[in-house]
Design a protein around this ligand. Sequence first.
Ligand SMILES: NC(=O)c1ccc[n+]([C@@H]2O[C@H](COP(=O)([O-])OP(=O)(O)OC[C@H]3O[C@@H](n4cnc5c(N)ncnc54)[C@H](OP(=O)(O)O)[C@@H]3O)[C@@H](O)[C@H]2O)c1
Length: 332
Amino acid sequence: MIPEQMKIISLISYEDSPNSFQVTHKPLRPIKENEVLIKMEASPINPSDLMFVKGMYGIKKKLPIVPGFEGSGIIVAKGTDVQNVSEGMRVSCSAPYNGDGTWAEYMITTKESCIPLLDSVSLKEGATLFVNPLTARGLVEIGIKEKHGAIVQTAAASSLGKMVIKFARRENIPVINIVRRDEQVEVLKQEGADHVLNSSEQGFDSKLRKLAKTLNATLLIDAVAGNLLVKVLSLLPMGSKAIVYGALSEEGIQMNPGIFIFQNKKIEGFWLSSFLFQKTPEEMLKIANEVQELISKEFKTEIYKEVPLEEGYNALQIYKENMGKGKVLFVL
Ligand SMILES: NC(=O)c1ccc[n+]([C@@H]2O[C@H](COP(=O)([O-])OP(=O)(O)OC[C@H]3O[C@@H](n4cnc5c(N)ncnc54)[C@H](OP(=O)(O)O)[C@@H]3O)[C@@H](O)[C@H]2O)c1
């Protein structure tokens, strides 16, 4: 039975304050021919959500809006044009670009934004299948395809960074991991990382320069931006490339032009949505299945805390204060 009303988190202003969030109810609208209705099971808080609620993400939706970009649930209704999915199907799902997101009891999205879950994958595992595993896999794929000797990554102790470490090991491409605290060095060594450097430590610059030269590490995947990106790229071999996929420092990027002119270095961006857009449906299916096969190993996401929707803005604070410990998951 589909109810007339659903519980939601509603974002009413882009100001990053408790006043910008309301836990409330909203009527369910009828679905269109190409849409599916999902009864949501779980949805994480990611750095992209923190940026979105401040109005600093690449997408700004018309308010009020339900935030949340990814989650999992069960398809309970589908439009007349929707083929190859059935009611009762368990899916990982992402929010539409212009409509309500995943922090609600129900979400309407398109079939293309759903990945049917294998029997071996739980709904809670499926809630974090899209954003980080597909990005980590995509970034390592670029490192291999472009034949870089090794990858250097910043914010290496993040959930995504740990996936990069394990997936790159499986694919036999070395990774130099950069963290900012000593405890993170130990954590990553336990995860199986061979090379971990602390950017706050004395001697970091010379260690990185030497190791990057030895391993021919010419690809930087960077989630921090700002001064750290500038410093790390300047220490890598001639011709190196940085792919910026996050901006955790919230700083801009100010570089000496000589880095591009005389050292032939480059900076590009990466956004999962654009990356996946280039894949054919067959390639997407292959990637989705591969990621699901590895969801409890290489692509495992640690959950720090499960919370109900009622936690609202407070859940974001819990996540911000405990970022390195795992995800905060809304459980519907
Ligand atoms: N472009 C895309 O399509 C895409 C897709 C997925 C994810 N991402 C990005 O990937 C990044 C990681 O996401 P996640 O979910 O894995 O994050 P996460 O698990 O929440 O971890 C965040 C990590 O970043 C570190 N950190 C935070 N601020 C930092 C700073 N100013 N300098 C250095 N390290 C900092 C934290 O370390 P401490 O414990 O020291 O604070 C923590 O280890 C985010 O930037 C996210 O936006 C981008």
